[in-house]
Ligand binder design. Structure first.
Ligand code: C2E
Ligand code: MG
Ligand code: MG
Length: 616
């Protein structure tokens, strides 16, 4: 048995410390050589481990039966050990310790079989070095603990009365619990979900006239019809005397919600035959979408209640979030409804802002920045509609559109001998899109653009809040050969350890530090530190928000490679960008720079006076 001396917390995917405490691990490896590889893999895993050892298959089973281990790491080639049989045996005995199997050079099919039989992970010899084993251990323990927590919370919940006696649907308490979880998940995953409240306006009248027994029977039949109108993933509950609530965990766009509401109203349209009576009800529905109208479950409930109230008081069948008559919300909702068509009807445009290689004082690429030419509101900046596209599930389509147009443009430049790279911004939600790498690969192929000419910009905050996913998807994108830039760098708190591991090629210093760096010493210090950090990590630096010549010169002295900002050019539409390319002093044509104020730009970096700010 060995005990690591240093205690370290474990980073969860959000990058926060998740103190697991010491982990008890059963280790069974076949030979000394493997034992030493394993020991160094685990030593580097940043866990506080208490390790017991087992030598044979029989020892493993006995040890797992007697002791509660957090995880077992077992060499599948142990003497008298049949991995598949052992997994089944363990499950049969109700032992759910996560098992990581070391499978030598096992083929994929065999590994899949073991995973299907319940192994937490299969690690081949080739994967033993590096942090793969540590990651696998972390995942296995985390999944195991989550399962236990889930089981415990399920038990607590079922201890309470969770269902309504009349309709057998979840009751208010259970529904609120699910709503809370769904809202938390939506916030974490930047996804959308919706809450619909449905009320029968005339139910009290029915109760009074025909009695509660008939009223209850009506609710029962109505509930069955409502169940038939929702998807399996939706939750229907009875949350009040004559009030139902429906949770739509996906498809929560304004259009999707309207479709769901019309289905619900449709199934209630037919008269109800209860005993000898034929009864008709008039449903009203109010809906609210998270995060469009509210982000917490209680706010969402209030927003849906107020929409329901409006639907009832204005004799309308269905209202999406009245929002207390909030014009801003209504306007947002309208824009959200129009965005789909805007993409299809090419109302979106790309503007291009030049990126200048400071050393050569020549344009080396451009950043594609999307705008919406709205028929009524005119030119809308991305801040007006990108968050909306993210909220209503359209960001994937929008990103696809941007990538396609940007790559078509870069292909055109490339054909004409202009080797300009193009930078495209990715939403944090792209980190959830497993298809993105495939799409980019297909588009590079379609427009025959060398991958090295595409740079994907993703903000530092997005990477931090989705660290695990970010590293996975960035690796995939990196394998395509495209560049990866961390946008708005300096505004988040990227761990240096992670930064070194991420396959990024460029740090883009946030404009909030760059723009005033010649006036604010603190900003200058930050800019200089980032440039030095990038240099140490072998990354390029881009400074955005360069608005003045002094800033350009200061960046040049600091050794920043690329500058972008209003000083050189605002973002321009494709035609204006062409004119800029032809006329500007930074053009590729290598025209001489005017010897006016800009003459300093052509002075080699070494000849410039040392940059004094921030060194005190
Ligand atoms: P960003 O990627 O950091 O882009 C830089 C923003 O700074 C752009 O604003 C640009 O016009 C502005 N800018 C450039 N030079 C200067 C300067 O010298 N001074 C100042 N004060 N600002 C400057 P824009 O075009 O409004 O874009 C805002 C943000 O919207 C972008 O920030 C990016 O995060 C997002 N965005 C733009 N296009 C797309 C897109 O196609 N997809 C996604 N997901 N996001 C996009
Ligand atoms: Mg950007
Ligand atoms: Mg930026």
């Amino acid at each position: 048995m060995s005990v690591n001396s240093e205690r370290q917390d474990i980073l969860d995917p959000q990058g926060q410390a998740a103190p697991f405490g010491p982990l008890r691990v059963l280790l069974a490896e076949i030979d000394r050589a493997k034992a030493s590889v394993l020991a160094s893999a685990l030593d580097g895993s940043e866990f506080d481990l208490v390790i017991d050892r087992a030598a044979t298959g029989g020892d493993v089973l006995r040890a797992l039966e007697i002791n509660g281990y957090d995880c077992a790491i077992i060499d599948a080639a142990l003497p008298a050990f049949d991995a598949l049989g052992a997994l089944m045996e363990l499950r049969g005995r109700g032992i759910d310790t996560p098992i990581i199997l070391l499978v030598g050079s096992a083929n994929e099919r065999h590994a899949r079989l073991l995973l299907e039989a319940g192994a937490a992970d299969c690690v081949s010899d080739g994967e033993l070095a590096g942090n793969r084993l540590g990651l696998s251990l972390w995942k296995a323990v985390r999944a195991h603990r989550s399962l236990h927590q889930l089981a415990a919370s399920q038990q607590t919940l079922s201890a309470r009365l969770m269902h309504d006696d009349v309709t057998q649907l979840p009751n208010r308490a259970l529904f609120l619990d699910r709503l809370e979880k769904a809202a938390t998940l939506a916030r974490r995953e930047h996804a959308a979900m919706a809450l619909l409240l449905l009320d029968f306006k005339d139910f009290n009248q029915i109760n009074r006239t025909f009695g509660h027994a008939i009223g209850d029977r009506l609710l029962e039949v109505a509930a069955a019809r409502l169940v038939s109108a929702i998807r399996e993933s939706d939750t229907l509950a009875r949350v009040g005397d004559n009030e139902f609530a429906i949770l739509l965990p996906t498809g929560a766009t304004p259009n999707g919600v309207a479709t769901a509401a019309s289905k619900l109203r449709e199934v209630l349209r037919r008269a109800f035959t209860i005993g000898q009576y034929r009864l008709q009800v008039t449903p009203a529905i109010g809906a609210a979408i998270c995060p469009l109208h509210a982000t917490t479950s209680s706010e969402l409930m209030r927003a849906a209640e107020s929409a329901l109230w409006e639907a009832k008081s204005e004799a309308r069948g269905f209202v999406v979030c009245a929002g207390g008559g909030n014009d801003g919300n209504r306007e947002k909702l309208k824009l959200a409804g129009q965005l789909r068509q805007a993409i299809d009807r090419s109302e979106l445009r790309l503007h291009y802002q030049p990126k200048i290689d400071i050393g050569r004082a020549r344009v080396c690429g451009a950043e594609a920045l999307v705008r919406w030419h709205h028929p009524r509101h005119g030119l809308l900046s991305p801040d007006n509609f990108i968050p909306l596209a993210e909220q209503i599930g359209l960001i994937g389509d929008l990103t696809g559109w941007v990538l396609n147009v940007a790559l078509q443009q870069v292909a055109d430049w490339h054909r004409r001998g202009l080797d300009l790279s193009i930078s495209v911004n990715l939403s944090p939600l792209s980190l959830h899109n497993r298809e993105l790498a495939l799409l980019i690969e297909a588009l590079l192929e379609k427009w025959r653009v060398p991958p090295s000419l595409l740079v994907l910009e993703i903000t530092e905050s997005a990477i931090i809040s989705h660290m695990m996913r970010a590293s996975e998807i960035l690796r995939r994108l990196h394998r395509l050969g495209v560049g990866i830039s961390i946008d708005d760098f300096g505004t988040g708190y990227t761990s240096l350890a992670y930064l070194r591991k991420l396959p990024v090629s460029e740090l883009k210093i946030d404009k909030s530090f760059v723009t005033n760096m010649c006036r604010a010493n603190d900003d200058a210090v930050i800019v200089r530190t980032i440039i030095e950090l990038a240099r140490n990590l072998g990354l390029k630096t881009v400074a955005e928000g360069v608005e003045e010549r002094e800033t350009w010169q200061a960046l040049s002295r600091l050794g920043c490679e690329i500058a972008q900002g209003y000083y050189m050019s605002h973002p321009l539409d494709a035609d204006a960008f062409e004119r800029w390319l032809a006329e500007s002093p930074w053009s590729l044509a290598g025209r001489p720079l005017p010897m006016s104020a800009d003459a300093a730009l052509s002075i080699p970096v070494a000849e410039l006076a040392p940059f004094a700010v921030g060194r005190a």
